[in-house]
Unconditional design. Sequence first.
Length: 304
Amino acid sequence: MAAIQISNIQKRYQSLQALGGVSLSIEEGEFFGLLGPNGAGKTTLISILAGLNRADAGTITVQGHDVVSDYRNARSKLGVVPQELVFDPFFTVRETLRMQSGYFGIKNNDKWIDEIMENLDLTNKADTNMRALSGGMKRRVLVAQALVHKPPVIVLDEPTAGVDVELRQTLWKFIARLNRDGHTIVLTTHYLEEAQALCNRIAMLKQGKVVALDTTAALIKRISGSQLRVTLANSGNIALPASLRDKIITHETPSNPHQFILRVTDYAHVESMLSEFRLAGCVIDDLQLLQADLEDVFLQIMEG
């Protein structure tokens, strides 16, 4: 049974098709990335998953519980960290977390609340009123609220947006531990280096549709390959051979008009590419083989 099963979800806002038939299966224990530009439909999909919005068509289940017809059980399995900073200004951090526990019918939860606060570096703010916290501290409390009922499935919607490096490291250390303990994690983020380091599998959304879905390693290897950065010397021909022009990613950078970055789909091709440079009379001044990353993949897919 999948942790989250999304089947043909469609959502329209008047003339805008926010989601155009999204289908995904996220397995138990996965660390799954949901990526896409602004307006791709990520937050709309999460809102439907959390029961805050209704799809026009399609179904979503959380550990087998339908988010519409079996909302109470589905929601109890789910912890959601929203993108917006939403908080009640009249309570302390501890009171906020105790109330959140009560929403899920959990009593005497202070031991777990203390553990969460310790792991998110909130212990010294436990008795501080929410309105007195900085933006970064409020975001930590949002994460803590999502975890008070020990949900097996945790959804993080831009959890590190606008926060400092310390919080990022603290948060990911704790979330990685929860994932090792068997929790399923779903992450949306614009920090692609975080997604590459943390997520085992990734789906990319564009204009409300899934345009890529694979393991992180397979996406990087299959879609983008590696890159060959070639700097040509002034003494030779600086015109790129015609046979290599379709492999250009970037060329004639402002800092160095003799520098070209070429896509390499197979390491065996490097030797033949260098041979073509020599035959064209190009003199190579510098050469670097670069491994493509998730950002390269993302840009390539979104542009294509």
